[in-house]
Design a protein. Structure first.
Length: 163
């Protein structure tokens, strides 16, 4: 594989657009007088940063594999664990944490992740990182109940589709 790179810069009165592309990385930056949007894309993650006068927002998206790929299953469940840690750190309310966890759990179950392994991983998270969930004032059973409800609703939906 040859190393190629492309650089493109467009500058106008109100806007600057810069794109750098290599075999392993794409960087795009859009800058105006009041805000900046930067997107960095690699094979394993996408990083998006939005900067304005009053706000800085950074979003990291890891490209998780489906379980039918060649990647071993254990690291895939480790990704779930690391996301739970991140959610617990950024959420100040248990409702926000549960919402984010619920969305991720639903996506992972649709990708073929096993419910009992997600539940076991959540238990590891709760026990190893209790300091992060302690402010939520919620027991393990209350927190894990949401994952169970998602699992049951997805089973009911798939049974209806099969009929």
């Amino acid at each position: 594989m040859s190393n190629t790179s492309t650089l493109m810069v467009i500058i106008t009165n109100n806007l600057t657009l810069m794109v750098i592309m290599t075999n392993t990385l794409t960087l795009m930056a859009i800058m105006t007088n009041t805000s900046t949007l930067m997107v960095i894309i690699t094979n394993t993650l996408t990083l998006m940063v939005i900067i304005t006068n009053t706000l800085t927002l950074m979003v990291i998206i890891t490209n998780t594999s489906t379980l039918d790929s060649d990647i071993p299953q254990s690291p895939s469940y480790g990704t779930y664990l690391s996301q739970l840690i991140r959610f617990a750190r950024v959420c100040s309310r248990v409702e926000d944490f549960n919402e984010r966890r619920s969305i991720m759990s639903r996506k992972l179950l649709k990708q073929g992740f096993l419910y009992h392994k997600l539940r076991k991983t959540f238990g590891k998270f709760y026990n190893r990182h209790f300091d992060l969930v302690e402010p939520f004032n919620s027991s393990l059973i209350n927190l894990i109940e949401g994952v169970y409800r998602i699992h049951i609703s997805m089973e009911i939906s798939s049974k209806r589709l099969k009929k």
